[in-house]
Design a protein around this ligand. Structure first.
Ligand code: UD1
Length: 425
């Protein structure tokens, strides 16, 4: 297994291009199952999770063509589901990535049936799909759980319905929205997730001919249509990659310009960074993050659905707070058990105590490099940030987690003055 070696202590300085959002691409790719026309996605990031979703779509009979050129527009992915031959997403493909469950709604809406392996447990807590299933049942699907599979079918078309999510769910909103576009009549989705990835999905579906109102709000109204056409759509910039490099700049007291991204995708994080004393400005060249002028102060955060502070930035924020002056309280309200990075940060000298769903972080002037273990995607990049800020050598084991969500992370950081290399197994 590959490892990453970092020698920390140097401020990051330079420019990093931000790619298309992994989580947006993972819901835009199954959109192709809703049409027999070609869906072309640009600004596709080159990531393991994208390849996993591509593999699953290929298994279903989708013709998947990825243009490998690393142009300024990112990669281009063409998806053609006109020759679909299969409606089962098997365990071996689904277990690699939870987002595989996003094929369920589109398969059901257009092909009247779907058999998708239950995603099962995951390192950051039990992540059920009960809300996805309840919403699809409200639209008329008959769903049974058998032998670890979700068996879903509908006679004729799905029917528009009123869906009120008791809890905000990103994936549940995506599955329901995709399914509702081809349902008969009107669907109203209340307490819908408002993440930029949902807005991107709704924008793409609209360009294909879907009729959706309330995009960007907590109530989505969908008037079903008989069929959807093809589309060329550019994937929204990755706000989590943006925030991750912004925090790496801050933790090393450096200065980075982030291109290909926008401040309005990540306002909650930027507000907190400014409170901590970091300069963040929307410049002509991109987002400027500057922590060279002063001290970074401890600031409390609580994770919340968008537009609140993202759970996917919690671990990286903790890495910064470990180097801040003063204490901060970090409360995780979306996922249970999302503090696996804490013992690893502690190995690097961080002073963190967990009390239930909150962690108290007492900042230190300097962390020290250590051997650490990546446990999930965001936890692993938090350790990279800590390693860049720390004195001495850090070795991160199990970096395959990092490759699921960050494209060429070591190249991007090395170009900005970091001493970082991949140690191949
Ligand atoms: C998505 C993101 C993930 C992010 C998360 C929250 C993708 C591919 N992944 O995950 O990076 O951390 O949003 O912003 O976009 N829940 C239920 N029942 C359900 C569905 C969810 O109880 O049927 C719970 C979950 O356990 C969790 C909460 O709802 O506690 C939010 O989960 P959800 O928004 O659905 O996350 P994902 O879509 O899986």
């Amino acid at each position: 297994m590959d490892r990453i070696r970092i020698v920390g202590g140097a401020p990051l300085e330079g420019t990093i291009r931000i790619g298309g959002a992994k989580n947006a691409a993972l819901t835009l790719m199954p959109v192709c199952l809703l049409t027999d026309r070609v869906v072309t996605l640009t600004n596709i990031p080159d990531l393991a999770d994208i390849r996993t979703m591509g593999g699953l779509l290929e298994h279903l009979g989708v013709h998947v063509h990825l243009n490998g050129a690393d142009s300024a527009e990112g990669r281009i992915l063409e998806l053609d589901a006109s020759g679909l031959k299969e409606t089962t997403a098997p365990y071996d493909l689904v277990r690699k990535m939870r987002a595989s469950v996003l094929v369920l709604g589109p398969l059901l809406a257009r092909h009247g049936q779907a058999r998708v392996s239950l995603p099962g447990g995951c390192a950051i807590g039990t992540r059920p799909v009960d809300l996805h299933l309840k919403a699809l049942e409200a639209l008329g699907a008959v769903i049974e759980l058998q032998e670890g599979y979700i068996n879903a079918r509908v006679d004729g078309r799905l029917k528009g319905a009123h869906v009120n999510f008791p809890k905000v769910t990103v994936g549940g909103t995506e599955n329901t929205l995709m399914a509702a576009t081809l349902a008969e009549g009107r669907t109203v989705i209340e307490n819908a997730a408002r993440e930029p990835e949902i807005t991107d999905l709704a924008t793409c579906l609209t360009a294909m001919g879907a009729r959706i109102k309330g995009i960007g709000t907590g109530t989505l109204t969908v008037d079903g249509v008989d069929s959807l056409g093809g589309v060329t759509h550019s994937v929204v910039p990755d706000r989590i990659e943006t925030g991750t490099y912004a925090l790496a700049a801050a933790a090393t007291r450096g200065r980075l310009t982030l291109t290909g991204t926008r401040l309005n995708l990540t306002e909650a994080l930027v507000d907190h960074m400014r409170q901590a004393g970091v300069v963040v400005e929307d410049g002509t060249d991109g987002l400027l993050v500057d922590a060279t002028r002063g001290d970074v102060r401890g600031v409390d955060v609580m994770t919340e659905p968008f537009p609140g502070f993202p759970t996917d930035m919690q671990a990286q924020w903790m890495a910064l707070m470990s180097t801040a002056s003063g204490a901060s309280m970090i409360t995780e309200s979306i996922f249970e058990n999302r503090f696996m990075h804490v013992p690893e940060l502690s190995r690097m000298g961080a002073d963190i105590n967990i009390h239930g769903g909150s962690a108290i972080v007492r900042g230190k002037a300097r962390l020290s490099g250590a051997q650490v273990m990546a446990t999930d995607l965001r936890a692993s990049v938090c350790l990279a940030i800590a390693g860049l800020a720390a004195e001495g050598e850090t070795i991160i084991n199990r970096v395959y987690h990092l490759d699921r969500g960050y494209e060429r992370v070591e190249d991007k950081l090395a170009a900005c003055g970091a001493t970082i290399e991949r140690l191949r197994a």
